[in-house]
Design a protein around this ligand. Structure first.
Ligand code: B12
Length: 213
């Protein structure tokens, strides 16, 4: 059933048919849970669209339209949860050079559903701009996402620098390039690596929240 809706949704998106795409997504939300719709329906479509773009089967126009359409649906959903003022504020942003933001958006949705107020900054920022936001928002948590291997060193360096400037800031790292880094680096950053599964995310967050109690 999810696959069937997924095929129709992909076709609608590649035909730039937004009303059909909205209708299909609404239908999916009426049948499945939020997690199932986002993770099993929208996640694979994002991957499929990116793969089609990378192999040259679709244009950047198709990729931009489909990715931003899905991003706006996930964002709309994730903005609909009230935040709990007792929970610390967070910032979510991609590491330097990184344009893959959809995984981070899914993690942001997870945090917002738990009641966290998250400032989602998306793709990588110009140097030093992040510090301006940290100074203003004064978050307890900062999450960095890195997908491409070649952006990993710069992301880890940014995490190290931020830790020096803001010793109380808790930095969480995620994304494929983090989860697949060499073992010795994983050990060095084990406190920061949030993990791949929802169970890992729960465990990581609970441990840190319990420290505040
Ligand atoms: C969509 C996509 C794009 C889109 C991104 C759109 C957007 N707005 O995000 C566009 C078209 C822009 C793109 C561009 C490029 N891409 Co691309 N892209 C993909 C693709 C197809 C899917 C990525 C995706 O969105 N996955 C869906 C999300 C939901 O999954 P996810 O990111 O893994 O996130 C999950 C977890 O990792 C985790 N997570 C993610 N972040 C965080 C953060 C925290 C804190 C936590 C806790 C968890 C977490 O949560 C998510 C849910 O489980 C992958 C290939 C694939 N099949 O996966 C290639 C891929 C990632 N891209 C790749 C490459 C090389 C590029 C380009 C260099 C291509 C080019 N020739 O220009 C550019 C570089 C852009 C850049 N500088 O960042 C490579 C990376 C190779 C590598 N290992 O280094 C891949 C693997 C393709 C490949 N087979 O080679 N891409």
């Amino acid at each position: 059933m999810v696959d069937e809706i997924g095929d129709k949704l992909l076709t609608a998106l590649l035909e730039f048919n937004s009303s059909k795409a909205h209708e299909l997504i609404n239908h999916a939300f009426s049948l499945f849970t939020i997690d199932k719709t986002v993770i099993d329906l929208l996640g694979p479509i994002l991957i499929k669209v990116g793969d089609l773009w990378e192999e040259g089967s679709i244009t950047t126009a198709h990729e931009h339209f489909a990715s931003s359409f899905i991003r706006s649906r996930i964002e709309g959903l994730s903005n609909s949860f009230p935040h709990n003022s007792f929970l610390p504020k967070s910032i979510a942003v991609c590491g330097p050079g990184e344009r893959h933001e959809l995984g981070l958006l899914i993690y942001t949705l997870y945090l917002r559903r738990k009641g966290f107020e998250v400032v989602f900054l998306g793709t990588s920022l110009a140097e030093n701009d992040l510090e301006l936001v940290v100074d203003k928002v004064k978050p307890k948590f900062l999450f960095l996402s890195c997908t491409i291997d070649e952006n990993r060193e710069a992301t880890l360096k940014l995490a190290d620098e931020l830790k020096k400037i803001y010793p109380d800031l808790i930095i969480g790292l995620g994304g494929i390039a983090i989860d697949s880094m060499p073992l010795e680096q994983q050990e060095e950053y084990q406190e920061n690596i949030v993990g791949m599964t929802r169970a890992d995310w729960e465990k990581w967050l609970k441990k840190r929240i319990d420290q505040f109690k």
